[in-house]
Design a protein. Structure first.
Length: 101
């Protein structure tokens, strides 16, 4: 099982555009319902800071998220949208209350 947190900040005029890409990813995930993935995205009050948290729970460690067309589209121009580029941190669960089982 892998857990990762990704944080970044998009340019001032790109917050809603980025949020729409994220919504498309979640719509596709809802339709496809891939197993072995728990995923959540938060948009900060400033409208331009985003935090993604993924828990990959597949038997072989593969990440079903990266195979979805909407996620690929989201990633295509992400660095162009960003003021602060994404940083990924692999984390270990210490505790959870009704967030990640």
């Amino acid at each position: 099982m892998k857990r990762v947190i990704v944080r970044y900040k998009v340019k001032e005029d790109r917050g809603e555009e980025n949020a729409e890409y994220v919504r498309q990813v979640f719509a596709e995930l809802a339709a496809a319902a891939p197993g072995g993935l728990r995923y959540v995205t938060f948009q900060a009050e400033d409208g331009v800071s985003f935090t993604h948290i993924a828990s990959i729970e597949t038997a072989d460690g593969s990440n079903p998220l990266v195979d979805t067309p909407a996620f690929k589209a989201f990633q295509e121009e992400l660095r162009d949208r960003c003021e602060v580029p994404p940083t990924a941190t692999h984390v270990s669960l210490v505790g959870s209350y009704r967030f990640i089982d």
